[in-house]
Design a protein around this ligand. Structure first.
Ligand SMILES: [Zn+2]
Ligand SMILES: [Zn+2]
Length: 122
């Protein structure tokens, strides 16, 4: 049946888009309304869900958009890396402070001890 093969072809295309696609930060209108994940292929500029459901997709992704998105992703990734490094540094600093605190408590204990000894001698 020619009709069925057309559907198969479309399903196959949707699958193909799904496999080599990228998740978008922004969903197309149909996906947003349905609360579904919007997965788009760079070359077609349409999302897999709309291809599968024969919906008119309002998501248009140009190469420039894609590059912009990639750059934005790199920027966020770099920022995340920096933040992780800051967290590690803060943790290390926290450890140093904690050791200092323990050291001071120990010293305080020694002073207290000496104080008691001196009081007892009196
Ligand atoms: Zn979509
Ligand atoms: Zn769509």
């Amino acid at each position: 049946m020619p009709k069925e093969s057309a559907i198969n072809r479309r399903n196959h295309l949707a699958d193909w888009v799904c496999k080599r696609n990228h998740k978008m930060a922004l969903s197309c209108g149909a996906c947003r309304r349905a609360g579904a994940k919007c997965l788009v292929d760079v070359s077609s500029g349409y999302c897999a869900r709309c291809l599968e459901r024969h919906l008119k997709c309002n998501l248009v992704v140009t190469e420039a958009d894609w590059e912009r998105l990639e750059r934005a992703r790199e920027k966020v990734e770099q920022e995340l890396k920096d933040t992780v490094a800051q967290v590690l540094a803060a943790e290390e600093f926290c450890c140093v402070l904690l050791l200092k605190q323990l050291c001071l408590l120990e010293q305080l204990g020694l002073v207290d001890c000496r104080d008691k000894e001196m009081s007892a001698q009196c």
